[in-house]
Unconditional design. Sequence first.
Length: 255
Amino acid sequence: MRLIALPAFADNYIWALVAEDGNAIVVDPGQAAPVLAAAAQQQWRPHTVLLTHHHNDHIGGVAELQAHYPGLAVLAPDDPRIPQATRRVGDGEHVQALGVGIDVVSVPGHTQTHIAFHTAEHLFSGDALFSLGCGRMFEGTPPQLLASLQRLASLPATLLVCCGHEYTASNAVFARHVDPTNAALARRHEEALAMRRDERPTLPVALASELECNPFLRTHTPAIQAAVSAHLGRELTSEVDVLAGLRGWKDGFGT
C-alpha cells in the first residue's frame, strides 16, 4: 500500500492508502476537493473512508465523496454528529479494508468519541496525538486524555504516526521550552524546520520518535514532571495532574 498525505485547509492532512489495484482507504477527508483531484491525477479510487472524530475539518468532505463514489464505505465512531457513517466501529474492533487489517482504539480526550485506527504499519491518530503534541481537551477530562495517550504509547513503536494536522514545528517550540535538554527533541525540531523549508510534510513520523520527544507521551518522566511542577509553582504527585498542567500550559503558550 502506498501512503499519500493530501494537504487540506490551512494545515490539515487527509491520508490515503492506495492499493496496487487503484482502490484506496481515505482517512478524515475534511474536504472532498483534494481527494477528488489526487484520485483523478494519480488514477485511484476511494473505496473506504475512516473517520476519527466528528469535527468538520475531518468529516466535511464525506458527503460529496459519497455522491461521487456511490457505495463508498464510511467507518466512524458511534456518534450522531457523524451522520455520513455506513458502519459504526468501536474500541477493540478489528476490521478489514482492501485486505488490510485495521484495529480500532478508543482515545477520548479531544472529543468524547474520538477513535484511532492502526494497521501493521500506520497509526491514524486524528487529533488525539500530534507530532510533539496532542489535541486540546474540548470534551474530555485529564484522566481520559492520559489513558488515551498511554494506550497510543503502548502500540508498536515502529508504527508511523499519521495525524490530522501539520503542527510539528510550532509544537516543537513549546516542547523544547518544557524539555530544553532533550537532544532527540532538538534533532526532531531541526529536521521538521528543514522539511517545512522544503515544503515537505513532517509526517508520518515513527511512534518511537514521539516516545523520545513528545512531552505529552513523557509525563511519567522526571524531566517533564519537574518542568510542569516548576511552571505551576507546586510539586505534582500524580501523572494526571502533570498532564493537566502540561495541557493547560500549552493552551496558554504564545505559539
